[in-house]
Each structure stands twice: as structure tokens, then as C-alpha cells.
Design a protein around this ligand. Structure first.
Ligand code: GCU
Length: 678
């Protein structure tokens, strides 16, 4: 069959070693699923396909416990006899599972049990993953449950199937043919997401119009929601704040107007009549021209709470984005979210989460964690990552984002030893209803994500959403083992490329804390010289601030003061030139071209070397990939090979354009060690 990448990480390639297969057959040579729900049928299908494909043989037809996998809920009689601890049932909750090797009446078998069908489905994928990655099944005792309640994809897809910041073809949601035509890709999408534990989605762009809330579209939404339900995926919708006036015929959308509140309450009721388990609203308000409560001199809490009250009777949630900045406000854009939201801490209703991007600017190749994560102790904070690579080479560059996500999740926020992931999970301040969102990179491209390695980012997001402590390294291992055949050299080579790819991108695009230097609008390629756009904070020169003295954005107390939005210990570390990690140097400091770096080189020379090393790394990736010819199936091999050729050109483009431009300001010669920019 053609290896076009459509099978994602669910290829179920044959077990590579006879001995491993023998062990598996002695552990699980058949299975029984004791649940007849729709999800139960999916489990049955997945196990049949997965096991026969990996074992390369039909499963044993006999019934009975010996060498079987028994899939049943915790209230099943089979489980009752096994004395499973009540504590475990509580721990695994609504989505977790227990996978345990057990003995009964002298027979040994594998038990997969959960409180719900969805838990069983997730456990099924876990077991299949163990086999896909050729782990031992002997003596298994796995207790798994998600650490974050809502693990969601945000599609920035428009109703006309165009996709904002999408680089993999068109949106997969075919609104025109819904509700009657259910494209088979929807079920494939749902299964892929379930395999990594994603349990929520918003099918429309945060900048979407209000049409999605009208009955014509709600019928389509219902059809999708019905399809996604057995896979454990809940639908949310974007709510355009001005909907009452736009589609409701009201004179205002003022959140404190009783008529407006009543309109939203009715709208919520109507939506729940179509989708009884509807998740809630995602809102982009008063940001980049979107309507919001400020239009009526109300604050974010007044806006969010009004929607929250409409959803509360039905159990719905408001996810209100913190990505706000306004042109009227001359303050450093970095500071605006904190300025607007921190004074509202404690004022949001229980069913409101504030969804914060990982950094304060905008999904840059590297950003320090967003200061809001340590500044709102009485508010439920959600994480927003970007999976689509808007600022990271889009679909022509190979950039594994597992390391990117991990860097942010593991960052210490300066309150005791707490990390960003703990804030999201709610351990440090008692949050339930935790949320993590990823802006999806999925489209109609045959391989879903445009670049084959975009799949690894979708995968990594899902796995980290399930357990933020899994680690980018381990996740890369899983993905490679599942997406490619079992060849140690292939595995090691691909892993080496992936694990270095993000740092390479930082180096050839925006090293040492530089940021937002991408070309205007599309954000593809370099544009550090752009200075003429209408709004200051849209111009790259606003961010790098290069002048005859040096380069970088002074965000210390002497500058914009943004660093003071972090907790004291962090502010001290980032705010002091000597203790600021060099990777964030120009993010927080305006530094002389001749400043002596840790390496002993001047800043200017160091910058040149970073750009060069980014290029060198991409060249290395390309030649490493060449060594896999004949070892990776031809089609995927050639696709990635061609993309790496583009990637290399683009890395050189970034380096040359950036350095030539900065040289016009620094007036210094390039360091001898680098290839002279042309
Ligand atoms: C970025 C992106 C926009 C998007 C915005 C947002 O600015 O370029 O396309 O709408 O983020 O997150 O709302």
C-alpha cells in the first residue's frame, strides 16, 4: 500500500522480532470486550485491526481467560472477583484506566478496566501503543488518568474552509455538505485524537463570525457532535461577542443589558437542545479588532461572567482568551494581558477559564512563559499552545515542538517550586475544570499536516495534554516507533533531528531572545527591517530596537518594566543582565553590540554564530535524512527530503537577510567563522 502518511502514528506495523512476538502471543492472543456501546464497538475494531496487523496473523478464536485481554468496566463481575482497590477506581476517574496482568483460577490474562467506556478506549490505545513501541507486557500494572480535564484542539478554520494560519490544505470541516454528508475523515480525525486523549474541540476560528450560532449551522454542529461523541470528544463553539446584535437583531451586545443576557441564555438553551453535552464557548474579545465588553465600557469579567451564567444551568464552560492588546495603549504589548486581567483576579465565575498563550507576545520560536501564569491566583488559567507552525517555518520546515511545549510547561513560575504545568493542572491553586488547548495543524492534505513531522507536533501536544510530565524525549521515541518501521538506525537518526530541530529554528530565525521579526502579515520568512505598518507593535523594529549602540527590548524597570510582572525571583533573574539566561537576553535587555557574552565573544559575533549554527544544523538534518534512503518508505522519504531542501534554503535566507540588515545598524564586520551572508 502507498505510504502517504495518512495513517499517522496508527500504522500498526508488524512486530520486528520473533522473540517479542512470541512474548506477546503468550500474553494476549485473543481478547473479549464486555461492553456493547458504540465506544465498545470502536474498541473491538481497534483491537482487531491493531493486533492482527502487528502480529501478522489472525487472533486465536477460542474464548476463555488464559492468554486473553479482558476489557470491561469496573462494575463488571469479572473485576469484582479480582479485588481491585477502591482507591484505584477513584483515582482513574472518568477517563483513566487500569491495565494489569492478573491470575485467576490458575489462568493468567490481561485486564483492562475503567469506570467508563471512554476510559476503556484510552486504555486500548495505551496497550496498542505498548505493543507498537515493543514494550514488554509481562507483569503489567499501569494506572493512568489524564492530569488535565479538557484537552482540546482549537481549529482556526473558517466556514468557507479557509484556515487562518493553516498550512495543510483546507479545513476538513465541510459545512456545505453537513449535516447529511459525514465525510469519513471526521471519524478518522476522531479516532486519531482519541488515541492521544484529546477530548474536546472547537471547529471554528477564534476570529469567526456569528453564523455558527444560527440554527442552520447548529444542525450541522449537532451532526458533528453526534459523530464525535463515541470517541469521547466534546464540541465547543466560538462565541462572537457581538452576536446578539449581529444575528439576534438586538440594538446592543452590552453584557450588562438584561436583554442581551436573556438572548445568550436562550441561545445556550437552544444549543443544548441540539448538543446535550455541549462544552461551552471559546471567546476572543477586544483583541485585534474583535468585539468585546470594552465596546460598552465593561471589563472582561463582566463579559465572561454574563456568558458563563448562560451556560451554567447546562454545565457549560466559558474559555475566555487572554490574548489581548490594543493600539490605543502605548504600553509594551508584552504587558497588556496582565494589565487587563490581573485586576480582575477572583472576579470570574466558577465556569470561566482564562486561556493564556504560552508567552506574552505570540507563539514566537522562543518566549519566556507568560507572566499571567504566576499572577492570577484566584482564577482558573488554561494553556494555549500553537501546534500549527505560524512562526516556526509553517509547513516547509521540520520543527518538533515537543521540546517547545516542555520548556514552557516545566518553567518555574517563582512561587515555591511551582511550574506552569502545575498552574494549568490546578495543583498549586485548587483548580478543577483545567484546560489545555492547541491551535490545530490539521487540514485536507493527504498526510493531515502538510509536513510529515507536523504529525509529531499534533501527537506531542496530545500526549503532553494527557500528562505534562511525559517529556518531549520520551514522546519523540513513541512517535518514531509508531510512525516508522522498527529500525534502530532510522529511529536514532530521526530522533536526533527532531530533538535539535526547534533550537535550530530559534537560531536561524530569532536567536538570543530576538522575537517577532517575521515578514508582515503572513509571518513567513524574515522581515526585521519592516517599520512602516500603521500600528507600532506590528513592526519588527518595535521588537528588536537595534540602534548604533546595540539591540534588544529593554523590559527592565528602566525600560518598559514588563519584567516586573513576573514574581520577584523571576523578575530579578530575567531583569538582571548578568543572570538573565542568554536565550532571553534580547527579550529583556537592550544590549551593546560589544557586550561580552559567556563565550567571551561580543554580542554581535555571538549573534552571527547563532545564525550560522542554525543553518549548519539544518544542513546536518538534510544529510542525516539522506542516510535513511531505502530505510524509510520511498514516498515519505522523498517528501521529507524535498522539504529539507526548502528548509535549508529558508534557513540561509533567514540568516543572510537578518545579518545583512542588522549589519547596516551595527556597522561591524561579520565574525570570521561564519559564511559571509549574500
Ligand atoms: C496571532 C495570529 C492571528 C490570530 C491571533 C490570535 O496574532 O497571527 O492570526 O488571530 O494570533 O491568537 O487571536
Amino acid at each position: 500500500t502507498a505510504e502517504d502518511g495518512h495513517g499517522l502514528w496508527l500504522r500498526y506495523t508488524p512486530i520486528s522480532q520473533e522473540a517479542v512476538l512470541t512474548e506477546y502471543l503468550q500474553t494476549v492472543d485473543h481478547f473479549e470486550v464486555h461492553t456493547s456501546s458504540e465506544t465498545g464497538l470502536l474498541i473491538h475494531e481497534e483491537l482487531t485491526n491493531g493486533l492482527t496487523s502487528m502480529y501478522q496473523q489472525e487472533l486465536v478464536a477460542t474464548e476463555g481467560l488464559e492468554h486473553s485481554l479482558q476489557v470491561c468496566k469496573t462494575d463488571h463481575s469479572l473485576v469484582k472477583g479480582l479485588g481491585i482497590d477502591a482507591g484505584i477506581k477513584e483515582q482513574i476517574g472518568a477517563e483513566g484506566f487500569l491495565l494489569r496482568s492478573v491470575q485467576r483460577e490458575g489462568k493468567s490474562f490481561l485486564l483492562l478496566t475503567a469506570n467508563t467506556d471512554i476510559g476503556l478506549y484510552y486504555g486500548t490505545f495505551h496497550l496498542l501503543r505498548l505493543i507498537q513501541t515493543e514494550q514488554s507486557l509481562v507483569g503489567l500494572d499501569v494506572v493512568e488518568y489524564p492530569r488535565i480535564e479538557t484537552r482540546m484542539l482549537n481549529h482556526w478554520d473558517n466556514l468557507d474552509r479557509s484556515s487562518e494560519r493553516g498550512y495543510a490544505g483546507f479545513a476538513i470541516w465541510d459545512w456545505h455538505r453537513l449535516p447529511d454528508y459525514l465525510d469519513p475523515i471526521y471519524a478518522e480525525y476522531a479516532r486519531a485524537n482519541a488515541s492521544i486523549g484529546i477530548n474536546a474541540m472547537v471547529p471554528v476560528n477564534v476570529n469567526s463570525n456569528a453564523l455558527i450560532l444560527t440554527p442552520m449551522y447548529l444542525e450541522k454542529v449537532k451532526a458533528l457532535a453526534d459523530l464525535l461523541r463515541p470517541y469521547g470528544i466534546k464540541m465547543y463553539l466560538t462565541a462572537r461577542f457581538s452576536a446578539p446584535s449581529e444575528i439576534g437583531g438586538l440594538a446592543t451586545s452590552d453584557p450588562l443589558d438584561p436583554g442581551v443576557a436573556a438572548w445568550w441564555a436562550d441561545k445556550a438553551k437552544e444549543i443544548y437542545s441540539y448538543v446535550p453535552d455541549f462544552g461551552g464557548f471559546l471567546v476572543k474579545a477586544n483583541s485585534e479588532g474583535q468585539p468585546g465588553p470594552h465596546d460598552y465600557h465593561r471589563n472582561h469579567a463582566e463579559g465572561a461572567n454574563m456568558l458563563a451564567k448562560a451556560l451554567a444551568p447546562h454545565g457549560g464552560q466559558v474559555i475566555w482568551r487572554a490574548f489581548v492588546y490594543s493600539e490605543e495603549n502605548p504600553v509594551d504589548r508584552h504587558m497588556q494581558a496582565n494589565d487587563q486581567f490581573v485586576p480582575l483576579d477572583g472576579q470570574f465565575d466558577d465556569n470561566v477559564s482564562i486561556q493564556v498563550k504560552n508567552g506574552a507576545i505570540d507563539f514566537q520560536p522562543r518566549e519566556p512563559f507568560h507572566p499571567l501564569f504566576s499572577a492570577m491566583k484566584e482564577t482558573r488559567l488554561a494553556m494555549e499552545f500553537q501546534i500549527t507552525q505560524e512562526y516556526l517555518g509553517q509547513a516547509t520546515q521540520l520543527v518538533y515542538l515537543g521540546t517547545y511545549y516542555e520548556e514552557c510547561l516545566d518553567a518555574q513560575i517563582g512561587i515555591k517550586k511551582a511550574t506552569v504545568s502545575e498552574v494549568i493542572e490546578g495543583q498549586s491553586n485548587e483548580q478543577e475544570h483545567s484546560v489545555i488547548a492547541g491551535v490545530a495543524n490539521i487540514g485536507t492534505d493527504r498526510n493531515w499536516t502538510g509536513h510529515l513531522f507536523g504529525q509529531s507536533n499534533w501527537y506531542a501536544f496530545g500526549r503532553l495534554a494527557w500528562n505534562p510530565d511525559l517529556g518531549a524525549d520520551a514522546i519523540a521515541d513513541e512517535w518514531i516507533a509508531m510512525a516508522f518501521d522498527h529500525d534502530p538506525q532510522v529511529h536514532a537518526t530521526i530522533k536526533d533531528i527532531m530533538m535539535h530541530s526547534r533550537e535550530a529554528a530559534v537560531n536561524y530565525m530569532t536567536p538570543l531572545g530576538l522575537h517577532h521579526l517575521m515578514a508582515t502579515g503572513h509571518h513567513y520568512g524574515p522581515g526585521p527591517w519592516v517599520s512602516e505598518l500603521g500600528r507600532p507593535e506590528w513592526n519588527p523594529v518595535y521588537y528588536h530596537r537595534a540602534d548604533s549602540f546595540g539591540i534588544g527590548f529593554d523590559r527592565t524597570a528602566k525600560g518598559s518594566g514588563a519584567v516586573l510582572q513576573y514574581q520577584k525571583s523571576i523578575a530579578k533573574k530575567f531583569g538582571n543582565l548578568k543572570s538573565c539566561p542568554e536565550e532571553y537576553l534580547l527579550w529583556f535587555h537592550h544590549v551593546s553590540w560589544d557586550y561580552e557574552m559567556q563565550s567571551g565573544r561580543t554580542l554581535w559575533d555571538e549573534m552571527g554564530l547563532h545564525y550560522q549554527s542554525g543553518v549548519d544544523e539544518v544542513r546536518r538534518f538534510a544529510s542525516q535524512w539522506e542516510s535513511l534512503e531505502g530505510k524509510v518508505d520511498a514516498r515519505r522519504f522523498e517528501e521529507v527530503q524535498m522539504l529539507l531542501t526548502i528548509h535549508e534554503k529558508e534557513a540561509v535566507w533567514w540568516k543572510d537577510a537578518s545579518l545583512l540588515y542588522f549589519q547596516t545598524i551595527s556597522n561591524r564586520p561579520f565574525p570570521a567563522e561564519i559564511e559571509t551572508p549574500k
